[in-house]
Design a protein around this ligand. Structure first.
Ligand code: ZN
Ligand code: ZN
Length: 264
């Protein structure tokens, strides 16, 4: 397979000395995506329409704020995003009768069906209660939206396709794959789940055996390293070699959870 914008990062992640090449790909693309939104794209009309609509999740707003983003650009984006959300919230909260309904073209939130109270009796919800319920529904939905997460989810799906394609067609990549330290628990589950969908019966079984063997061998390796880390606190081991255990905690945490923020 010719090297493409997708295969180059996959190859590089599988060559990196790390506890999970899929985490490595994700970390790299997440930081590129945050840089993209922190850059001039923030002022492009199409991007602004999207960011006014979805905004960013707590994690990615935090990363944008901590990045090299020009604070003026970030401020302008936050300003129009907040203005858009205020008009939506007014529209929903307006139904409580506490706030005037704004003149916006936000679609009506669906009004809840009447709820049965007890046998055959129905209590009609007050307009105020329906308005609050709709606002809660909107706010909960909005909490799940994020321009960075959306791009990241889409691209990670493509990367997983590429990993399977390369495993199937490129023997050099298969060797590289088998020489990794395996994958974190969540990405192991993802790869095992996808294998039967992406590979034929025999190849899927071989792939899954490889992933499972890598998981067990490397979990035991890190557990040994964590164990030695704790033993180094014993005064009798003060002068003993750290071996590979100095950073066993962050690597163990990454392996078990896929958390890449603990890795320097
Ligand atoms: Zn991972
Ligand atoms: Zn996000």
């Amino acid at each position: 397979m010719a090297e493409t914008i997708y295969t180059i990062p996959v190859n590089e992640a599988f060559e990196a000395d790390c506890e999970c090449p899929v985490c490595e790909l994700k970390r790299r693309f997440e930081s590129e995506t945050v840089d993209y939104f922190a850059g001039p794209s923030l002022m492009e009309p199409d991007t602004r329409i999207m960011t006014n609509d979805t905004g960013f999740c707590a994690r990615h707003f935090g990363q944008l704020y901590g990045s090299q983003a020009k604070k003026l650009g970030l401020g302008l984006m936050l300003d129009t995003y907040m203005r858009e959300q205020i008009s939506r919230i007014k529209k929903y909260a307006g139904k409580t009768g506490l706030v005037p309904v704004g003149d916006t073209d936000i679609p009506e939130a669906p009004v809840e069906e009447q709820e049965p109270v007890k046998k055959g009796l129905f209590r009609k919800k007050t307009a105020a209660q329906s308005g609050k319920d709709n606002l809660v529904k909107y706010l909960k939905h909005h909490e799940t939206e994020c321009a960075v997460c959306k791009k990241l989810d889409y691209t990670m799906e493509r990367y997983v396709d590429i990993i399977f394609h390369m495993y199937k067609t490129d023997s050099g990549f298969r060797d590289k794959f088998r020489k990794t330290k395996g994958f974190c628990l969540p990405h192991t589950a993802l790869l095992l789940e996808m294998a039967p969908k992406k590979l034929s019966g025999k190849a899927a079984a071989e792939f899954s055996d490889t992933v499972a063997a890598l998981l067990l061998a490397n979990l035991e390796r890190i557990e040994d390293e964590v164990d030695w880390f704790t033993k180094k606190f014993d005064y009798r081991n003060v002068d003993a070699d750290w071996k590979n255990s100095r950073d066993a905690l962050p690597r163990g945490i990454q392996k078990m959870t896929g958390n890449i923020d603990v890795i320097k």
